[in-house]
Design a protein around this ligand. Sequence first.
Ligand SMILES: *Cc1c(COP(=O)(O)O)cnc(C)c1O
Length: 399
Amino acid sequence: MTDADDDGTLRPATAVTRLGRHPRRYLGAVNTPVFRASTILFADAAALADAEHGRYQGLTYGLHGLPTVTDLQDAIATLEGGAAAFAVPSGLTATTLPLLALAKAGDHVLVTDSVYFPTRRFCGTTLARYGIDVEYYDPLIGAGIAALMRPNTRVVFVESPGSLTFDVQDVPAIAAAARAGGARVVADNTWATPLYCKPLALGADVSVHAVTKYIGGHSDVLSGVIVCNAETRDAMHRIWTDLGVTAASDDCFLALRGLRTLATRLARHQASGFHVARWLAAQPAVAEVLHPGLPGARGHALWQRDFTGATGLFGVVLKPGPRAAVDALLDALRIFALGYSWGGFESLATYVPPARLRHATPFAVAGPVLRLHVGLEDPDDLVADLARGLAAYAASSPR
Ligand SMILES: *Cc1c(COP(=O)(O)O)cnc(C)c1O
């Protein structure tokens, strides 16, 4: 557990520097070292016998929670107001494990149509194979989700905002209807991080993160974390133990190191993201900016109500143009690199194919969609880079 003065009341920028740190336990070292261990030795036969009968208090095996892992778990659980957290090897494990933990054969689960694509793929393959009925709902359905609840609906999955459409969901209304129908609510909170949204306070039971993104922050670690309330903790602990999907200590070390600067990095991602988004909104080649923090943008009112900040990931809808012009834009960029993932210090751009936007419900946009991750570079260099890209777009579009 965390130190006595770190009870969840610290301001975010202070909390991220203190939570999950115990220098006095580790020779005074500021950061929890990497513990690499499979076997954990018992002091004597009596201790071994205690372990045999479930009475042993300490760690019995490396898979069940080395200190580098538990320090990360405790820090994130405290930041999100959860009862427990479980570190897993990827963000995808974090989104899929709660579905396995909370639904069983014959159950029905409702998943937002704006869900992260690999989560959708898991629902359509593995969940379907295990006899779980998955239905996709309009992300903007709000309280209307009550009409989709069935007697066997066990889980409602939300992701707000969606990482391609940036749809902001009315999570409190959806969670209230889900709970009234006896279902658990799982929220993918990767975009907002534990600092800018608290899904458990909005009514979710479980909040998951790709630590790979902002918490890791440097595009060099794959990891995830699952935060649970008291009602879902035991089911999650069961499946985490049964499947043996503990995150590696090395990755948790990097995640904890990233966490120390999260508040500072996010403030910069946010400010630069707004700077770039406002500039884009004023460009003649841009039809729409999908940034919920911008007044007048889709989802802005709900974002204002439920979030305390915006990160650096948002979408841009261009005025209609051919795919070749989009490719010319991307190839003209020198600072924005082309790549998946986001949350690192570097700026990234990708083209979003229309088929990836939504499947079950329509998402109307005027033209090609790009996704931008605004990194920690000087925002004026980023604007100059995008100006180069938009000039290439105009030059390759038919007049
Ligand atoms: C990247 C991402 C994940 C998965 O994270 P990985 O560590 O890449 O598996 C899950 N949800 C969202 C919203 C993401 O952006």
